[in-house]
Design a protein around this ligand. Sequence first.
Ligand code: FE2
Length: 440
Amino acid sequence: MKDELKYLTGFGNEFSSEDERCPGALPEGQNSPQKCPYGLYAEQLSGTAFTAPRDENKRTWFYRIKPSVCHDVFEPLNGVSVHLTHDWGKISPNPNQLRWRPFDVPTRQEPEVDFVEGLHTICGAGDSRCRSGLVIHVYLCNASMKDKAFYNSDGDFLIVPQLGPLNITTEFGKMRVEPNEICVIQRGMRFSVTVFGPSRGYILEVFDNHFQLPQLGPIGANGLANPRDFQTPVAWYEDRDVLYKIINKYQGKLFLANQDHSPFDVVAWHGNYVPYKYNLDNFMVINSVSFDHCDPSIFTVLTCPSNRPGTAIADFVIFPPRWSVQEHTFRPPYYHRNCMSEFMGLIKGHYEAKAEGFQPGGGSLHSCMTPHGPDANSFKAASAAELRSERIADGTQAFMFETYYGLAVTEWASTICNKLDSNYYKCWKTLEKNFNPNQK
Ligand code: FE2
């Protein structure tokens, strides 16, 4: 599949694309002519209110074989994805530092679980009905979605594969997303996921707004994630009349409707409301070259802004391979307490602030004002290290979902998954008192 794929590049652009089998499928000069080329139907997908300011307005026009409305009734999909939830009402708050061992993935020998069936919610806040909130999930699956498509009415998915690539067919075309790449599939977009064995990854879902590139301020025009490195699929369609299952996540619950044709029947499209992917290796790292530590916001790939200036609903932040050169500086992350909540995951390698216990496919949560920082062994080693210029995080990709919401941890993540490390707090217990008032 990889060799066949083509992409449009750029972030937030007005793109247009037509399947090469139907040249001229895009109407010229008009979005919805009386008769579209090739007998197609015109359909708009709105990602913002019709009247959103021009620089925020997002929509796409599809030219498709059948409009999306041609489906049977949506019925509740019970007994599937039972650990997917937005229901925080009965959860007891937990302010402790939390860390999870790698979440179990179904093996090839176990019953088939696809991407949607494998969604498990770790934590979240808010209510999609009020368009305010955020949810963090993992997907744990071993099978492809067969004649089955999913769309989310609640929020945008930022998907971070950790184990196994994803071949994602969308209404806009096809994307292949490997570990160390991410993709964003926004509200309303239909997609289907093919996997190639046991697969695991993280999902950040936001209700309030869409992801955008962070402002660069004094950094200037270049740096961090550059717009040209984002890729959007080119139009691809199939004209296949089969029983197709459409699964909708709506107000935190799943619903199923059947239809008699593939939903991936978009022959051409144009617009700026598009799915996209990004290779984290393309991130231009900016960091201190004198002394002290920049705040982790310097590593922001994408941000979902709130209405408060500089305060994000959620930031997606990575800690990529880079040079560490600071002088007179304790180089691992400083100890801190944050008014934001920080969920961390590890795609691969070894994160520099933890000597052990934080593993690829696992996670940690340091909630609002919960203190955290390097474990005792990392502190000891870094305090005595010779401060040469050195490469750090080679072969590693740790990331953080940081949010201003306070998060509720689900029952699945607290107990059922059986991955919570009850001894996590002990990694700081052996920090010694080094204070000596007689020795500066
Ligand atoms: Fe932190």
